[in-house]
Write a protein that binds this ligand. Structure first.
Ligand code: NAD
Ligand code: MG
Length: 296
C-alpha cells in the first residue's frame, strides 16, 4: 500500500496498466481483484474533521464507498453502511474497520431499487446512530451496451432505479432529520460529462446525478444543508471487472492524462472535505477526481 501523505510523483504512486485480465459477476468482490485495491485500510490517517458526526453511506461494502467509510470513521464519525445482501461479508469487514476506530457501525443490507428500502435504510440509520448529519449517495450500477440495436427498456429501468431514484427517495426520507450544517454528497462520474459510447444508459444517469446535485443544492441550502458531488474517473473497484470487458480492463486508466487508474482511497479526501465544515461555502459543486480527465 502506497503512503498517501509523503509528497511524491502521483503518476507512479499506485499501479499503472496493464492490469491482468479478470472478470466477475456483479456486484463483485474486492478480494477477487488483482492487484488488490487500496481503500486506505493501512494508510488513511484521520485529522478530526468529522467529530461525532453521523453518516449514512450507500455502496459502502466495496470500492469508493468502502474507502469513504474507513476515512469517515478515522475522522471521528459513526457510520451506517448500505449495500446489497450478497455483499454481507465485505460489509462486515468495513464494519470491523469502523469499530476498530472506536466508532459505531450499522449494517443495512437491501436493494435500493425498492422505494421502501430507501426509507427503511434511513430510519434504521437514524435510530441506531441517534441522528444523521451526512448522507453519501454512492451506490451505482453500470451495464455496458455496445449498440443501440441492443437497447432494452429493462436495462434503462434498472439503471435509473438504481442510480437516480435513490437520490430522491433517500433525500426525502433523510431531510426531516438533517439539521443546518448537514451535508449530502453524490457520486457522479466523468461519464456524466464525457461519455463512452458503450455506456449511454449509465452516462445519462451520471449526468442526471450531477444535475440533481445542482438542483437539490439550491433547495436545501435554504435549510443550511449543503449538497455536492464527486465525479470519479476510472477507479479500480469491483464495478470494473463486473461490467467492463477484459480488453478494457487490461488498459484500464491508460486513457487519463495521468496514465493510470485511480484507487478508491484517492477519492476519500474529496468526500471528507465535502462532508466537513471546511467546505462551508461549497454548494452544488461536483469535484472531479479523474487523473486529469476534464469534466464540466
Ligand atoms: P462498487 O461496485 O465497489 O460500489 C458500488 C456499490 O453499489 C456496490 O458495492 C453495491 O453495494 C451498490 N449497489 C449497486 N446496486 C445497488 C442496489 N440496487 N441497491 C443497493 N446498493 C446497490 O464500485 P464503485 O466504483 O466504488 O462505485 C461507487 C460509485 O462510484 C458508483 O455510483 C459508480 O457509478 C461511481 N463511479 C465509479 C467509477 C469507477 O471507475 N469505479 C467511476 C465513476 C463513478
Ligand atoms: Mg460492492
Amino acid at each position: 500500500m502506497a503512503d498517501m501523505y509523503t509528497p511524491q510523483d502521483p503518476t507512479t504512486q499506485f499501479p499503472r496498466p496493464p492490469f491482468p485480465p479478470q472478470q466477475q459477476d456483479g456486484p463483485g468482490d474486492i478480494h477477487k481483484m488483482d492487484p488488490a485495491p487500496d481503500h486506505g485500510e493501512k494508510t488513511y490517517i484521520g485529522k478530526g474533521r468529522l467529530p461525532e458526526r453521523k453518516a449514512l453511506i450507500t455502496g459502502a461494502d466495496s470500492g469508493i464507498g468502502r474507502a469513504v467509510a474507513i476515512a469517515y470513521a478515522r475522522e471521528g464519525a459513526d457510520v451506517a453502511l448500505s449495500y446489497l445482501a450478497e455483499e454481507q461479508k465485505q460489509a462486515e469487514e468495513v464494519a470491523d474497520l469502523v469499530r476498530a476506530e472506536g466508532r459505531t457501525a450499522v449494517l443495512l443490507p437491501g436493494d435500493l431499487q425498492q422505494e421502501s428500502t430507501n426509507a427503511e435504510v434511513v430510519e434504521k440509520a437514524v435510530a441506531e446512530l441517534g441522528g444523521l448529519d451526512i448522507l453519501v449517495i454512492n451506490a451505482g450500477t453500470m451495464p455496458t451496451v455496445d449498440s443501440i440495436d441492443d437497447f432494452e427498456t429493462k436495462t434503462l429501468d434498472h439503471v435509473v432505479k438504481a442510480n437516480i431514484y435513490p437520490l430522491f427517495w433517500l433525500t426525502k426520507a433523510a431531510s426531516p432529520h438533517l439539521k443546518p450544517g448537514a451535508s449530502i454528497i453524490t457520486t457522479s462520474s466523468v461519464q456524466g460529462f464525457n461519455p463512452s459510447p458503450s455506456l449511454a444508459e449509465y452516462a445519462t444517469s451520471k449526468a442526471g446525478i450531477a444535475n440533481w446535485t445542482r438542483a437539490m443544492s439550491q433547495q436545501l441550502i435554504e435549510r443550511g444543508i449543503r449538497v455536492n458531488g464527486v465525479a470519479p474517473g476510472p477507479i479500480w473497484t469491483p464495478l470494473q471487472p463486473a461490467f467492463v470487458p477484459n480488453e478494457k480492463i487490461e488498459e484500464f486508466g491508460s486513457q487519463t492524462p495521468m496514465g493510470r487508474a485511480g484507487q478508491p482511497v484517492e477519492l476519500a479526501p474529496a468526500f471528507v472535505f465535502l462532508a466537513s465544515q471546511e467546505s462551508s461555502y461549497v454548494v452544488g459543486e461536483t469535484i472531479a477526481v479523474t487523473g486529469g480527465m476534464p469534466v464540466h
